[in-house]
Design a protein around this ligand. Structure first.
Ligand code: PMV
Length: 322
C-alpha cells in the first residue's frame, strides 16, 4: 500500500527512527565525544492534514492526548514543535489536524521524544511547502529546540541521530557541533533490552549535573574516561574490531556506574548478556532504567535474547549497525 493510496492529497507524512547511544552518554553533555545510531525498526510517525475546523488540533493517541495547539502550555513539546516550524517559516499555521503515533517505547532511552518531535516538524514543514525546513539539518535544529523543553540541557545528539537517520560521531561544541558519519567495517549485531523501568532523562541529567558541581574534579575525570572510550570506539568500528568494542562497552559501563546512572535492573540484564557469551554490554541513554544494549555475534542471538528475557527484560529488539 503506498502512502498516496491511504492519504488524501491535503495530507503530509513523515517518520523518524528511535536511537541508541553506543558510547558516551552523559559525558556528551559536557563536550566529550559520543557515538549514537538510529534504530529503524521502531519509529514515530506524524500525519498533518488540512482541517475544516478552525485551529490546530494535536492528537497523540499513544499518549492519550487530544488538544489544541492554541490552548497548549508554553512547554508542551508538540505545540513547541508546531510553533517552531511556524516561526521558522515566517507564517501562521493554517487549520490542521496533526496526529503523532510511535512504536518507540517511551522513557526508555530510545529517544522517543526527539523522534516524535522530528516527525511532526518534518511533516509540518512539508505540509507548509517549506521544503528547506524539511531538510535534515533544519529538522535537527528545530527538534533541538523541543528537546530543550524536555531535558533542560540536551547535548544535541538525539535530535541529530533521529533527523539524519545515520550513525554519528558527535561532539557538542560552539559555534557548531561536530557531526561526523563513519564507515562500519563489519556489521555490528546488537540486542536492545528494556528493563521496563521508566527513566526520566531530564531528572537523571540534572542529578549528574549536581554531582559534577559537588565533585567537579572526579566527574571531569569520569567524563574524560567516557570521551576516551568513544574516541577509541570509532576506529574499532571502522576496522571491524568487535572484541575490542565489547571491552570498550564494559569500560564505558564502569564509568556510568561511577556516575550512579546504572540500576540493579540494568546490571542484571548486562550480567545475563555477558554470561550468555555476549561480546559487551552497557546501558544506553540516560540510565536508571530504560534500555541496555549488548553486542553479539549473529549466531548468539537466540541464546542472549533468551538470557535477557529470563533475567527480566520486558522486550528485546535486534538491530544491525551497518
Ligand atoms: O535517555 P535519552 O535517550 O534521552 O538519552 C539521553 C542522552 C544523554 O547523554 C544522557 C543526554 C543528552 O542530552 O545527550
Amino acid at each position: 500500500m503506498t502512502q498516496s493510496s491511504v492519504l488524501s492529497p491535503q495530507s503530509s507524512f513523515a517518520t523518524a527512527p528511535g536511537k541508541i547511544i553506543l558510547f558516551g552518554e552523559h559525558a556528551v553533555v559536557y563536550g566529550r565525544p559520543a557515538i549514537a545510531a538510529p534504530v529503524t525498526q521502531v519509529r514515530a510517525t506524524a500525519v498533518v492534514e488540512d482541517s475544516a475546523t478552525p485551529g490546530v488540533r494535536l492528537r497523540a493517541p499513544d499518549l492519550g492526548r487530544d488538544y489544541w495547539l492554541e490552548a497548549a502550555a508554553e512547554d508542551d513539546p508538540f505545540a513547541r514543535a508546531g510553533r517552531a516550524v511556524a516561526e521558522a517559516a515566517g507564517r501562521r499555521l493554517p487549520d490542521l489536524v496533526i496526529t503523532v503515533q510511535s512504536t518507540i517505547p517511551i522513557a526508555s532511552g530510545l529517544g522517543s521524544g526527539a523522534a516524535m518531535a522530528a516527525a511532526v516538524i518534518r511533516a509540518l514543514a512539508r505540509h507548509l511547502g517549506a521544503s528547506h525546513l524539511a531538510e535534515d539539518e533544519q529538522v535537527s535544529a528545530l527538534t533541538y529546540e523541543v528537546e530543550k523543553l524536555l531535558h533542560g540541557t540536551p547535548s544535541g545528539i538525539d535530535n541529530t541521530v533521529v533527523a539524519f537517520e545515520r550513525p554519528v560521531y558527535f561532539v557538542r561544541r560552539q559555534p557548531q557541533n561536530l557531526i561526523e558519519t563513519f564507515q562500519v567495517a563489519t556489521p555490528l549485531h546488537l540486542l536492545v533490552a528494556d528493563t521496563g523501568q521508566a527513566s526520566a532523562t531530564g531528572l537523571v541529567v540534572g542529578d549528574v549535573r549536581r554531582q559534577w558541581q559537588a565533585e567537579p574534579a572526579r566527574f571531569e575525570a569520569l567524563f574524560d574516561g567516557c570521551g576516551r572510550v568513544a574516541e577509541a570506539a570509532r576506529p574499532a568500528i571502522e576496522q571491524g574490531e568487535v572484541e575490542r568494542l565489547g571491552r570498550l562497552m564494559a569500560e564505558n559501563q564502569a564509568y556510568l556506574q561511577e556516575m550512579t546512572v546504572s540500576s540493579p535492573e540494568l546490571e542484571r540484564l548486562i550480567a545475563a548478556a555477558l554470561a550468555a557469551g555476549a561480546l559487551g554490554a552497557k546501558l544506553s541513554g540516560a540510565g536508571r532504567g530504560g534500555n541496555m544494549i549488548t553486542l553479539i555475534r549473529p549466531e548468539q542471538e537466540a541464546a542472549v535474547r533468551e538470557a535477557l528475557l529470563a533475567a527480566g527484560a520486558r522486550s528485546v529488539l535486534a538491530t544491525v549497525l551497518r
